[in-house]
Write a protein that binds this ligand. Structure first.
Ligand code: SF4
Ligand code: SF4
Length: 92
């Protein structure tokens, strides 16, 4: 059981110091999680600390590849509204 950091990570360093298991490490092109060390914070915290601090929606996923902070969860912008705004901007 482990979480994974994917390519949308912006290397902000916010999560790395918070991991109780020192499972997060700097790599190229973005930070990674050592699956052998990640416990999803069970036993240490009520919620995964990397997920709690990460400012980028979708940068951390679970074992089913589901985003832990899904689209709209941090910005408050519903995904459909965001897509419509992008379409509108691209047509200008
Ligand atoms: S879920 Fe917890 S243990 Fe796993 S990488 Fe994130 S902070 Fe570390
Ligand atoms: S907090 Fe998120 S964006 Fe920042 S380094 Fe960690 S995974 Fe990447």
């Amino acid at each position: 059981m482990a979480l994974e950091i994917i390519e949308s990570c912006v290397n902000c360093w916010a999560c790395e110091p918070l991991c109780p298991n020192k499972a997060i490490f700097e790599a190229a092109p973005h930070f990674l999680i050592d699956a052998d060390k990640c416990t999803e914070c069970i036993g240490d915290h009520a919620k995964p600390q990397c997920v709690e601090i990460c400012p980028i929606e979708g940068a951390i996923v679970n074992e089913l590849n589901e985003p832990m902070n899904p689209a709209g969860s941090l910005t408050g912008i519903p995904p459909a509204r965001w897509a419509a705004a992008q379409r509108e901007i691209s047509q200008r």
